[in-house]
Design a protein around this ligand. Structure first.
Ligand SMILES: [Zn+2]
Length: 201
């Protein structure tokens, strides 16, 4: 197995994409704006999608630092804006993510919760899976009494091409434990996190 590095492959890929644009009539050699594009695009792609090992390692580090719970009220982290890509088109998705959990013994710091949410978005992952994985993490891994995740996604594959459904937001939610068993708890969460839709531009 040759030792291939993702950075190198991304450079090659973007070089070929620019070659295709050249065939489509764009002056990628004469126009100065394209001079560093291969390098910039490869770097941007590495930021948009993080290696699985890095993500897992950081999740482990973040989840290892919990604090004893002093309250058993609902903890909510609301309207986190974060970015990822869809696995079908590899085009960016802008998410607005809200999560909640009811602690049992431990809580995780609120800023860590936001980092966790942003980190887990940086994958070519289905929004549905991302939603369930967040809920599962805050339930099983944190050993809470229940958890919930609610995500609105603006998918550029829908908004910028194809049907050009500019206004379409994909909405997904997932619940575990007490949020699943008690409709009132689930409703309290949904009431708290559903606000006017994400306005971009
Ligand atoms: Zn897509």
């Amino acid at each position: 197995m040759p030792s291939e590095r993702p950075e190198k492959l991304l450079h090659e890929a973007f070089r070929m994409i620019l070659r295709a644009y050249q065939l489509m009539g764009y002056d990628i050699e004469g126009d100065d704006n394209f001079r560093e594009t291969v390098h910039r695009s490869a770097r941007a792609a590495m930021e948009l999608v993080r290696p699985t090992a890095d993500i897992q390692g950081e999740i482990d580090r973040l989840m290892a630092k919990t604090f004893p719970a002093r309250y058993d009220e609902m903890v909510i982290s609301k309207h986190n804006i974060c970015f990822g890509v869809c696995p079908h088109h590899l085009l960016p998705v802008i998410y607005r993510v809200s999560v909640a959990y009811l602690p049992m013994d431990n809580v995780v710091g609120i800023s860590k919760l936001s980092r966790l949410i942003r980190l887990m978005a940086r994958r070519p992952v289905l929004q549905e899976d991302y939603t369930h994985e967040l809920a599962e993490l805050l339930y099983a891994r944190l050993n809470s009494r229940g958890s919930a995740a609610y995500i609105e996604g603006l998918h550029l594959c829908m908004a910028a091409r194809g049907v050009e459904a500019h206004e379409a937001r994909l909405v997904t939610s997932a619940v575990r434990g007490i949020f699943r068993d008690q409709p009132a708890t689930r409703q309290e969460f949904l009431d708290l996190v559903t606000a006017p839709p994400l306005q971009l531009l």
